[in-house]
Design a protein around this ligand. Structure first.
Ligand code: BGC
Length: 383
């Protein structure tokens, strides 16, 4: 965890606002004196007095162009983000350019370049590959464009001002806790036979989800409560390239035919809802009883599956909250108030990036009505 006590920075910031050190820096001019719990892959640092880190944040005109570059539209959260950014940026008086990169790094680099050329003042980026946008983002920064990471960390670059996301390690912990709870509830006495799935290895969230989950599961594997029958427990063995549901389904098919011809599979750790449904379908096709399966995103179809008992759990990370937080930051930058204060940062390999972290919430049949009380379209699915 890295919680920055920025008192000294605050003083420097107040005194040094006149010193222009270039916009779009990763450090903020505002200060925070609260210590929030973070689940991001971060660590504690002491107060800093590096006045060189204080940047001025010139505002920009109302009605400015804002770019939003999304990695793909393959899961419901990204489709929601595309729609919400387009509608809400327009409503806030900006000119949005919202594009998705179809999981292709080069396409995303080109889209960001053209957003810079089109005069975007802020570019919001959910990267296809967290570590492959370094130079184009630095180019943006040199052109005076603010860069905000969306949902995923932007790694190995100085070209990022902050990242808005749900706690990714926390997400994995919630998935694993739900898996354990479901096993106890539905599958009798331990030991339980389980398998593990991870997300796309280029997405910085995926190893963090897995890491959070393993912090809960590993002790239970060690004490014999859980048995990973295939023995595949490394992220690299469990990852699903490009978050591709079909690849997950075919890995599950192979695991069942290779290891479960004479066994029941009791549970599966799944990193998101699309992969959860692929895993469940594979088990059903193989004539297995449905295992306890975790998920993520509270996609409509999975909310229905959770409600009918076909998928045990999901994790809600409401897109509307993430988009609202992002637009709040854009408004602050537009008004010349810089990046809002936060006390969480993450080391992106080059710099400490400001993180604006929202809490994910686990959903099972038991609490679904409560979790979606203010989400009429999902509430509608619980019938
Ligand atoms: C997002 C998930 C999504 C996954 C695949 C992750 O970075 O956090 O919400 O399911 O990407 O699109």
């Amino acid at each position: 965890m890295k919680k920055r006590t920025l008192l000294s920075m605050a003083m420097v910031a107040t005194m040094a606002l006149a010193t222009f050190t270039g916009c779009g820096g990763s450090r903020e001019g505002a200060a925070s004196d609260t210590a929030a719990e973070s689940t991001t892959e971060t660590e504690e640092t002491a107060a800093t007095d590096d006045s060189s880190a204080v940047a001025e944040f010139p505002g920009f005109e109302e009605g400015a162009t804002i770019g939003v570059s999304l990695p793909w539209l393959g899961t419901q959260n990204w489709k929601e983000a595309e729609e919400m950014f387009t509608a809400q940026l327009e409503e806030a008086g900006y000119k949005p350019i919202v594009q998705a990169a179809d999981q292709k790094v080069t396409q995303q680099q080109q889209q960001i370049e053209s957003m810079i050329e089109n005069g975007a003042k802020v570019i919001v980026v959910g990267p296809v590959d967290g570590s492959q946008l370094g130079s184009v983002l630095e180019q943006a920064k040199e052109a005076g464009v603010y860069v905000i990471g969306y949902d995923r960390l932007l790694e190995n670059t100085t070209g990022v001002d902050g990242v808005v996301q749900f706690g990714s390690v926390k997400t994995g912990e919630l998935q694993a806790q739900a898996l354990l709870q479901g096993l106890e509830e539905l599958k009798g006495e331990a030991p339980y036979n389980i398998e593990l799935f991870g997300g796309g290895p280029a997405d910085p969230n995926a190893p963090n989800f897995f890491k959070g989950a393993m912090s809960v599961l590993q002790p239970k594997i060690d004490d014999g409560t859980l048995v990973v029958v295939s023995g595949q427990t490394d992220f690299t063995q469990c990852a699903t390239v490009d978050w591709d549901n079909a690849k997950a389904q075919s890995r599950m098919d192979s695991l069942i035919s290779g290891f479960y011809s004479d066994k029941e599979i009791d549970g599966v750790l799944s990193p998101n809802d699309g992969i959860a449904r692929a895993i469940i379908t594979s088990c059903e096709n193989a004539g297995q009883d449905i295992p306890v399966v975790s998920g993520l995103d509270a996609e409509n179809e999975s909310v229905e599956w959770v409600w009918s008992g076909r998928q045990y759990s999901t994790v809600a990370k409401p897109t509307q909250d993430l988009v609202a937080k992002t637009i709040e930051i854009i408004d602050s930058l537009q008004a010349g108030n810089g990046m809002p204060s936060t006390d969480v940062t993450a080391d992106n390999g080059v710099i400490d990036v400001l993180i604006y972290e929202l809490p994910p919430v686990v959903v099972t049949k038991d609490n679904a009505k409560e979790v979606f009380a203010n989400d009429p379209s999902r509430l509608e699915l619980l019938k």
